[in-house]
Design a protein around this ligand. Structure first.
Ligand code: ATP
Length: 225
């Protein structure tokens, strides 16, 4: 994986959300931390092109998030802060199949892929369930299936343990640890990123630390203090 920020920054009108920054991301597990409103989500949304840079450019494996937006979307999966807003169809199985249908796969291929992903995460029991009946942990697992079934190279998770009880938090943590895909996790749950390869700390729209989890978390505690 090769994600490049080349002086990429974002303004929303007069509001600076992210100061221009340049970096390359290639590690398997990357954490993104910082206070509320510090620019974490804006940074992550730049990677799959959901937010366009106001200045500079962002590329994913050489593909520009503005000019190659469609290809980038296929490479970078994104699980939003509230997975209930991303599950579109009422029945989980249909929702997981949705992204594959949109890619024009045939019925038997879709069935096999959906079964495969449900088995991968041991959640076949969720297939016939209605999304609005699921618990937070079950929803997070269903969202993971819907996004990963399309085979992205990189997965971005925005606060994946938010509102989860201890058991579901542990399930999500273990699941993330076992993913072969590259993962970028935005989180206020600091222990979640503590064994990651690299952690980025944002403050007031600026990248203020790009280092090991231990150092980034210590710096964050100072900032928050
Ligand atoms: N669509 C938008 N329009 C205007 N301002 C925005 C928009 N999206 C984000 N912002 C602003 O940009 C700044 C950074 O927001 P961002 O969502 O990236 O922060 P964050 O670190 O992810 O916050 P949190 O931890 O609360 O989710 C904030 O001041 C926010 O109000």
């Amino acid at each position: 994986m090769d994600i490049r920020f080349d002086s990429a920054g974002v303004n929303f009108g007069p509001r600076l959300a992210l100061s221009p920054l340049s970096l390359t991301l290639s590690e398997r597990r990357i954490g993104v931390i910082g206070l509320n409103g510090s620019g974490k989500t804006t940074f992550a949304r730049l990677i799959n092109g959901l937010t366009k840079p106001t200045t500079g450019r962002v590329t994913v494996n050489g593909l520009d998030t503005v000019t190659d937006a469609k290809s980038v979307l296929g490479k970078v999966g994104y699980i939003f802060q509230s997975p209930q807003n991303q599950i579109i169809l009422p029945i989980i199985r249909d929702d997981i199949a949705f992204g594959l249908k949109a890619r024009g796969l045939g019925r038997s291929e879709i069935e096999a892929a959906v079964d495969g992903i449900l088995d991968r995460f041991s959640v076949r029991h969720l297939a016939a369930r209605r999304a609005h009946e699921l618990s937070g942990g079950e929803l997070q697992m269903a969202a993971l299936c819907s996004v990963l079934v399309t085979g992205p190279d990189v997965l971005i998770l925005d606060e994946p343990t938010n509102q989860l009880d201890l058991r579901n938090r542990a399930l999500v943590q273990t699941t993330i640890a076992g993913l072969p895909e590259h993962v970028i996790v935005i989180s206020h749950d600091l222990p979640l990123v503590e064994d990651f390869d690299r952690v980025l700390l944002f403050d007031k729209g600026c990248l203020v630390a790009d280092t090991s989890p231990t150092e980034a978390i210590a710096r964050y505690r100072e900032l928050a203090g």
